[in-house]
Design a protein around this ligand. Structure first.
Ligand SMILES: Cc1cc2nc3c(=O)[nH]c(=O)nc-3n(C[C@H](O)[C@H](O)[C@H](O)COP(=O)(O)OP(=O)(O)OC[C@H]3O[C@@H](n4cnc5c(N)ncnc54)[C@H](O)[C@@H]3O)c2cc1C
Length: 557
């Protein structure tokens, strides 16, 4: 049932500033009849937003049910819980922390409101649904968001008063030969695990994310996308041969090297939710084959010995990357855990040999370690058995840096970097270090909009910090500033490098350059060409500096 309250509010309260996206308090907010008409156009697939944790609350949007609430509380930290809900996202900070399962079920503190959730969700089942949503949002100057899985670190897949396009059910996966290149055509709602499984069934692999729940064709590819297979085959965006999109004018377009080339360039690395709605992508597939994985662990209270071993590992990373090896490492003072080192097309013996200098350092310092490699005949099993499940639904922040190979291969710069890294690990909560280097030329002759800093990278650092749930907005801001400050020496030790936009700090200094390097001006031109009125907005996305957000409301600067 569609709520009539919002339309009533619009009539009572009248219009507000025209430079803002339409809100329910504006006279121009669509009437109930207009929402109903959209609902008919999309065969009843328009949903009024009901926050996921309404079952834990009383009040107008609440539907308290103790059993359902307990089940949600138990499942809250699973990414799948949020992915499979029309409006839920994984970072509660960006919903304005409304209607959480952890807050009281009654009273002012436990009020269940829409917060920064969208007003309506269009549960997309076809390209025509996407077109209907885009046209409706444009006609009524509504904020439009696209939600695939809700993984986004900046909450870009939600927005106050928005119409949201939920792509979850666009689940097609079709293998084909694309001008002679083995390829797969993937719908916008397909998750990593689904495409990995489908590919394995036909003896192929694709470049996808590390966690099973991450979307494949949405924000992941749009942001560049790193993968356990990136050191071997390149970034996810490098694999794309064609995209079908709906642009801001509501038109369905094919984007490829030979058609809408500039838009195609931008869609591959320029960021999610900025240029168009992607309906499907066609990506290269590669022959499946043998993969060796190795969980690698060591710990010691001997601080200098520990960091000497980590330094040795960092120094080895560029060579490993050049051999196609990837690693996912959690490195905090006194404790190193790689889950795993993943080596496509390399035997266990080969991997032991490559890591021999590390073992020598560990032995030299009397550090015990475990390093047991397993050979798998195909990628899917290696991937399934190796990665820990990550936690969703928590209040946290991130910072990222793409550490250049040049820094890791020079003893002086590596020392400076080590000092900065060590100091930062004393402060921040966790440090995930990805050993990743896309092979030279993997972006192809025409290139794409992936941050050029990725092409020089030997490692990607993703550091995180927790934000206490009861923090005030002011405290949240202070916490972000503090993390930026603590991380600054890492930036200084890697001057000229950038960061990974999809796992970066919300308050990254000069984010345009850090996320996009020299590509930014070109990306902004594409944005202005294809979305001149700013139908698509994404927090810290290309062109977002032309907008400001006041209490969740989007207004032109
Ligand atoms: C647990 C976890 C693990 C991760 N692992 C990896 C990893 O291994 N490698 C990696 O590179 N990244 C990883 N990431 C980061 C991830 O790639 C980004 O968060 C990415 O944006 C997720 O895309 P999504 O479509 O799944 O998410 P969403 O939050 O739904 O969307 C992200 C952004 O893309 C936009 N978008 C989504 N679909 C479309 C579409 N069809 N058309 C246009 N815009 C769209 C949204 O509007 C939003 O701006 C991880 C994140 C998390 C939380």
């Amino acid at each position: 049932m569609l709520p009539h309250l919002l339309s009533l509010a619009s009539l009572l309260l009248g219009a507000s500033a025209t430079s803002c996206k339409t809100s329910p308090s504006d006279a121009s907010w669509p009437t109930t009849a207009q929402w109903s008409s959209l609902n008919s156009t999309v065969s009843g697939r328009l949903l009024s937003t009901i926050p996921i944790a309404s079952v834990c609350h009383h009040g107008p949007l609440g539907s308290y049910n103790s059993t359902a609430c307990a089940a949600l509380q138990a499942a809250w930290s699973s990414a799948w819980t949020h992915q499979s809900h029309p409006s839920s996202i994984m970072s509660p900070l960006f919903t304005n922390r409304t209607c959480l399962p952890s807050t009281p079920s009654t009273g002012a503190e436990g009020e269940c409101t829409l917060g920064y959730y969208p007003a309506y969700v269009l549960n997309v089942s076809s390209v025509a649904d996407v077109q209907a949503g885009v046209n409706f949002a444009r006609a009524h100057d509504l904020r439009l968001v696209v939600k695939n899985t809700g993984h986004d670190f900046f909450g870009k897949s939600t927005g106050r008063d928005a119409l949201s396009l939920w792509t979850h059910w666009l689940r097609s996966i079709e293998f084909e030969s694309y001008s002679g290149v083995p390829a797969v055509r993937v719908g916008a709602g397909v998750s990593t695990v689904s495409v990995y499984e489908a590919a394995a069934a036909v003896g192929r692999v694709v470049v996808g994310g590390e966690q099973p729940s991450v979307g494949f064709a949405g924000g992941y590819v749009a942001g560049g996308g790193h993968s356990p297979l990136t050191s071997r085959y390149g970034m996810a965006a490098d694999q794309v041969l064609e995209m079908t999109v709906v642009t801001a004018d509501g038109v369905v377009r094919r984007c490829a090297r030979d058609e809408n080339g500039e838009l195609f360039w931008a869609l591959r690395g320029g960021g999610g939710g900025v240029f168009a709605v992607v309906v499907e992508v066609v990506v290269k597939t590669h022959a499946d084959g043998m993969v060796t994985t190795m969980p690698l662990q060591f710990a010691t209270e001997d601080t200098e010995a520990f960091w000497a071993a980590v330094r040795q590992f960092f120094a080895l990373t560029p060579r490993l990357g050049a051999l196609g090896v990837y690693s996912y490492n959690n490195i905090m003072p006194g404790s190193f855990s790689s889950t795993p080192v993943l080596a496509p097309n390399m035997s266990a013996a080969g991997l032991y040999t490559e890591l021999a200098p590390l073992y020598a350092t560990l032995r030299e310092h009397n550090i015990t370690y475990s390093a047991n490699a397993t050979e798998y005949p195909r990628f899917l099993d290696a991937w399934r058995n190796s990665f820990p499940t990550e936690v969703a639904g928590i209040m946290s922040g991130s910072v990222s840096r793409l550490v250049p190979t040049a820094v890791l291969t020079n003893s002086t710069t590596l020392d400076t970097f080590m000092d900065a890294y060590r100091a930062a690990t004393d402060e921040l909560y966790y440090f995930a270090v990805f050993g990743i280097s896309p092979p030279p030329g993997s972006e192809g002759e025409q290139g794409n909009a992936v941050n050029p800093a990725w092409r020089r990278a030997g490692m990607h650092i993703l550091a995180g910090y927790l934000i206490p749930e009861n923090s005030t907005e002011h405290q949240v801001v202070k916490q972000r500033d503090w993390a930026n400050e603590v991380f600054q020496p890492v930036r200084d030790a890697t001057k000229g490098a950038g960061c990974y936009q999809s796992e970066a700090a919300l308050t990254e200094p000069d984010w345009q350059t850090a996320f996009h390097g020299t590509n930014y001006e070109r990306l902004l031109q594409v944005k202005h060409t294809w979305d001149p009125t700013g139908l698509f907005y994404a927090t810290k996305g290309v062109g977002s500096e032309e907008w400001e957000v006041e209490d969740g409301r989007l207004c032109q600067v």
